[in-house]
Design a protein around this ligand. Structure first.
Ligand SMILES: [Zn+2]
Length: 63
């Protein structure tokens, strides 16, 4: 079973690269039972959407 720490690592990795099917499965299982990690997943998804949206406009460089 994955630890919450490992799950959040995998979730943030998933923003950069596609997780392997085995990883996805264990992630899904953990998220089914762990409310804290599914909340993290939602936040990262939101972040990922915002990031890919800003990547569409490379001229808009604000940091
Ligand atoms: Zn968890």
């Amino acid at each position: 079973m994955l630890s919450c720490r490992k799950v959040s690592e995998l979730l943030s990795d998933a923003l950069d690269r596609r997780p392997r099917p085995a990883e996805r499965l264990t992630l899904r299982l953990h998220l089914l039972f762990c409310k804290a990690c599914s909340r993290v997943e939602n936040q990262l998804k939101f972040l990922g959407t915002a990031l890919s949206r800003s990547a569409e406009r490379p001229t808009d460089r604000r940091k």
